[in-house]
Design a binder for this molecule. Structure first.
Ligand SMILES: Cc1ncc(COP(=O)(O)O)c(C=O)c1O
Length: 429
């Protein structure tokens, strides 16, 4: 296995079973899951509706056919996603991952605009392939600068920088838009293909632009014919609570959206939804052998129905608010906490060194160990690796939200006590 595939925790956890929003490890310890396999087990574990649908498909003997043959559930899922996208005359192409979805979106935009120039956001993460790495603005996830694209990075998810401190949201948006105009006028060679942006930066630590910034960008881009791609791999399907797609929080309907992670509730599926003219604009044949296979699309259909039938978006809004309010009240005042932020069931806490306020990846690691010891799984991220990232299944109950919040506050407080006492932050490594 490659050295660059990292495991969490000093003693890695092997998860062997799951039920509801809880998982059990090989030692028999149970955890409430606030990271859901990186936002992928969107409706939790062992969901009868998904399990039964998949078992029915398995019992037909058909796991794979390829898109050379009609796959009924793929067509039906495409129609549902096209309708939900809000994109006019939309078409959907299925792949197996977020990376592939973004590769496809870039190809659509590059072909439509006959340009290799792409705008991306500082702090972004869009996947691990050659093209996706080329539009990644996060050094920790960027192994090479070699690129099939010409990329310019924009401000928008870097509100925390000292240069922007003291600005109102409106002033920050105006500064970012002025910078975009400057980049277009001076740094590009004209005819930019697209902007790709995550409405809430996932790997970037759930940082996000103030609402309306991406709309302001779209207005400028639209005047130049530049396409807008929203990477909804983490933010889709109602997770942000206020909007079904993360980009809806900015009042934007993009030209193209990409999705993956949660849709299959663990089954590998990703995709692109775009205006039909863009989708059909590729001047050569294309195929994804496994993309949209019968098993993955069956699981995805059942998952999507579950999300919509149970209005999990509303639940994400309510429980996200409950947890964020709790974190702001109980965790934010602690000296080791730099910032609490989030939207719906995507929320983060930045860990800092008490005194200096410097980002502290070691204290974030310590909190991960402390939450584990208390029976809660969480994630990490951010440009400095100091953001605790939490994104439980959308099926989280109110009791579980309160339980997870209490554990989080307790774990952060424990690290705070030892860090403030100067003993290195408890189990900080
Ligand atoms: C916003 C975003 N886009 C794309 C990807 C890549 O998805 P995958 O790992 O399925 O290729 C990720 C993965 O974390 C992501 O967070």
């Amino acid at each position: 296995m490659p050295g660059w595939v990292a495991l969490y925790y000093d003693q890695p956890i092997e998860l062997v079973s799951g039920e509801g929003n809880r998982v059990t490890d090989s030692g028999g310890r149970s955890y409430l899951d606030f990271f859901a396999g990186i936002l992928t087990n969107m409706i939790g574990y062992n969901v009868p509706e998904v399990r039964d649908a998949v078992q029915r498909q398995l019992s037909t003997g058909i796991v794979h056919t390829s898109t050379l043959y009609l796959i009924r559930q793929q067509v039906e899922l495409a129609e549902r996603i096209a309708r939900l996208s809000g994109i006019e005359d939309a078409k959907v192409f299925f792949v197996n991952s977020g990376t592939e979805a973004n590769e496809t979106a870039l190809l659509l935009a590059a072909c439509a605009r006959r340009s290799d120039q792409v705008l991306a956001m500082r702090g972004s993460y869009h996947g691990r392939s050659f093209g996706a790495v080329a539009i990644t603005g996060n050094r920790a996830w960027k192994p090479s600068s070699l690129s099939p694209l010409n990329v310019h990075y924009l401000h928008g998810a870097d509100r925390h920088l000292p240069v922007f401190s003291g600005m109102t949201d409106g002033e920050y948006i105006a500064a970012c838009v002025a910078d975009l105009r400057q980049v277009l006028a001076t740094a590009t060679a004209g005819d930019v293909a697209c902007l790709i942006a995550e409405p809430v930066q996932g790997v970037g630590g759930f940082t996000m632009a103030p609402d309306g910034l991406l709309r302001a960008y779209q207005e400028v881009l639209g005047a130049h014919g530049i396409l807008f791609i929203s990477d909804e791999v983490q933010t889709g399907w109602g997770r942000t609570g206020d909007s079904f797609w993360g980009i809806g929080n900015h009042g934007v309907t993009p030209d193209i959206m990409t999705f993956a992670k949660g849709l299959g509730n663990g089954f590998a599926i990703g995709g692109v939804v775009a205006r039909g003219s863009l989708m059909d604009g590729l001047p050569a044949a294309g195929i994804s052998t496994f993309g949209g296979n019968p098993l993955a699309t069956t699981a995805a259909s059942a998952t999507l129905s579950y999300v919509l039938d149970h209005d999990l978006q509303a639940s994400a809004r309510a429980l996200g608010r409950l947890i964020l309010d709790g974190l702001r009240e109980q965790a934010a005042p602690l000296p080791v906490v730099g910032e609490v932020r989030g939207r719906g069931l995507m929320f983060a806490v930045d860990l800092v060194e008490p005194g200096s306020g410097e980002p502290s990846p070691r204290l974030a690691t310590a909190v991960l160990e402390e939450t584990r010891a208390r029976g809660l799984l969480i994630g990490k991220g951010g440009l400095s690796g100091n953001a605790l990232r939490m994104a439980p299944p959308l099926t989280l109950t109110e009791a579980e939200a309160k339980e997870g919040l209490a554990i989080l506050v307790d774990a952060i407080s424990a690290v705070d006590v030892s860090a403030s006492a100067g003993d290195g932050g408890g189990q900080a490594r």
